[in-house]
Design a protein around this ligand. Structure first.
Ligand code: NDP
Length: 249
């Protein structure tokens, strides 16, 4: 029988912001495909819940702090002997019209999504380049593709993550490391906090060709694909996972 190209047995994965929401769904999916998985987050309580309920490794790490990122990647590599998959998923959202947005608001979002992804990718890539293989998956957003009012920091950060994806892909390809992005549409999580049930949430549903919001499980198949050897010749891609939202008129 042919080996299953989607199987992740023997692979080691690190999912930032994996103690809840989309990151936890991805972490569970990678584990179900056979990977040994660590999640990170800042909240020790949420991490402990994931460790005991899901049996995943869980480490406290603020992705904005390079020393903490280096420690976290070091802990995983020391425990597991390697690091095959990094999912840059940790994220936040600060809404506000640009005329009222403070520099702190701006930095809170840019530092988490963009600088955090750069720092995690840099430290993970060191291990991946040394072992000659690896997968980096950046969780962007369809708002990397177009603008949105009152979201300038978020759309800028997510657009930057696509640039980060492309440049890392080109730089790391010869080392056997593939770098891709998933661009989720609208999903009901802590980040979108009950918006699905509002009139506006209903408008999003209507505008989405699939006529529904995403469920965290919708991201799992694409993430497993990009984490597995099935995608070994795919790099620098930003794949919307949005029920057709980004291509609809
Ligand atoms: P959640 O708010 O449910 O989860 C965010 C996660 O990020 C938590 O685990 C949180 O853990 C962690 N986190 C936040 N800040 C930091 C930080 N500085 N360092 C480390 N971890 C951090 O959001 P979602 O699951 O919805 O979002 C996950 C990703 O998907 C984000 O990048 C988001 O932008 C993206 N996305 C989400 C969409 C949606 O509709 N939900 C749509 C498009 C993209 P802790 O609090 O413990 O730090």
């Amino acid at each position: 029988m042919e080996p299953d190209p989607f199987r992740l047995a023997g692979r080691v994965a690190l999912v930032t912001g994996g103690n809840g929401g989309l990151g936890l769904a991805i972490a569970r999916g990678l584990a179900a495909a056979g990977a040994r998985v660590w999640v990170t987050g800042r909240d020790e309580r949420k991490n402990a819940a994931v460790a005991s309920r899901d049996g995943l490794g869980a480490l406290v790490c603020d992705v904005r702090d390079e020393a903490a990122v280096a420690r976290t990647v070091g802990t995983v590599v020391e425990s597991a002997g390697r690091l095959d998959v990094l999912v840059n998923n940790a994220g936040n959202y600060v809404a506000g019209p640009v005329l009222e947005l403070t520099e702190d608001d701006w930095r809170a979002v840019l530092d988490t999504h963009l600088t955090g992804s750069f720092l995690c990718a840099k430290h993970a890539a060191r291990a991946m380049v040394a072992q000659g293989s690896g997968k980096i998956i950046n969780i962007g957003s369809i708002y990397a593709l177009f603008g949105q009012p009152a979201s300038v920091s978020y759309t800028t950060a997510k657009t930057g993550m696509v640039g980060l994806t492309r440049s890392l892909a080109v730089e790391l390809a010869a080392h056997g490391v593939q770098v891709n992005a998933l661009l989720p549409g609208w999903y009901d999580t802590e980040l979108t906090r009950g918006a699905r049930e509002t009139e506006w949430g209903e408008r999003i549903r209507h505008k989405t060709p699939a006529q529904r919001w995403g469920e965290p499980i919708d991201l799992v198949g694409p993430a497993v694909f990009l984490a597995s050897s099935a995608s070994d010749f795919v790099t620098g891609v930003a794949l919307p996972v949005d029920g057709g939202y980004a291509v609809a008129d």
